[in-house]
Design a protein around this ligand. Structure first.
Ligand code: ADP
Length: 260
């Protein structure tokens, strides 16, 4: 039925939102936000879902840049912030509320209350799926987000590098502890194909993502290459799934989105 959520039997704790899916990584800089953005756009464009994107990476909000959004959210009659939309995705980020470049030096409790406002204090409307770009790591913020939001599931992003995979395992174990279903692992920056000769280089190692997924009994959802176009479109705020929807990289993201 239309009221049923797609992913799991849990009932997310935001009214009108059927599923809340976290995109997590044990470590920063592995491409978690880039993945969250492109999957959100793929879920909207390719899977035709009503999609929200919450930037919960409060210390390093990058969604405004990656989704080419600026300005402050309007406030609804019932005093909720109205998400700002681009590429068919309704977005909310702490980056809309603080000045660009200003350091966010909050202590734990302030982070928690900011996250509370960014989730429940937002007029999301009816959504099939809310994608949450989680803060990196496995601390308090991640734990309370997982518990308070009643996440339907989580995706784990890692590069094939050993230290990144080690942290990805830590992340996976945290979600298992709080009984959030792990939907699978995405390997980012898998390989680099030389634009001149076409030779493939495995800069961060080869096969590590699949191996870790197998060992941890997680589904392996796919690989995304290290590609200058991903970096460029991400900096420019035109996610590659939107700007080059038929290229191999966009197909890789769509393929992952279709498995969610
Ligand atoms: P995280 O959210 O894990 O900190 P980001 O998504 O912000 O990581 O990515 C870190 C940097 O790496 C960004 O500049 C981004 O554009 C770039 N990046 C991420 N994934 C790729 C990729 N597959 N190929 C090229 N650059 C990438």
């Amino acid at each position: 039925s239309d009221n049923k959520n797609r992913v799991h039997g849990r009932r997310p704790s935001i009214d009108g939102v059927k599923d809340i899916i976290a995109v997590a990584s044990g470590k920063g800089g592995v491409g978690k936000s880039t993945t969250a953005v492109n999957l959100a756009v793929a879920l909207a464009m390719e899977c035709r879902l009503r999609v929200g994107l919450l930037d919960a990476d409060v210390y390093g909000p990058s969604i405004p840049t990656m989704m080419k959004l600026h300005g402050k959210p309007e406030v609804s009659k019932d005093m909720k912030m109205i998400p700002i939309e681009n590429y068919g995705v309704r977005c909310m980020s702490i980056g809309f509320l603080v000045d660009k470049g200003a350091p966010i030096v909050w202590r734990g409790p302030m982070v928690m209350s900011a996250l509370q406002k960014l989730t429940k204090g937002v007029a999301w409307g009816d959504l099939d799926i809310l994608v949450v770009d989680m803060p990196p790591g496995t601390g308090d913020a991640q734990l309370s987000m997982s518990q308070n939001l009643q996440l339907s599931g989580t995706l784990i992003v890692s590069t094939p590098q050993d230290i990144a995979l080690l942290d990805a395992r830590r992340g996976a174990n945290m979600f298992r502890k709080v009984e959030v279903p792990i939907l699978g692992l995405i390997e980012n920056m898998s390989c680099f194909k030389c634009p001149h000769c076409g030779e493939k280089s495995y800069i961060f190692g080869q096969g590590g993502g699949r191996h870790t997924a197998d060992e941890m009994d997680m589904k392996f959802l796919g690989e995304v290459p290290l590609d200058v176009e991903i970096r460029r479109t991400s900096d420019e705020g035109t996610p590659i799934v939107f700007s080059s929807p038929h290229c191999g990289v966009a197909e890789a993201y769509k393929n992952i989105a279709n498995q969610i």
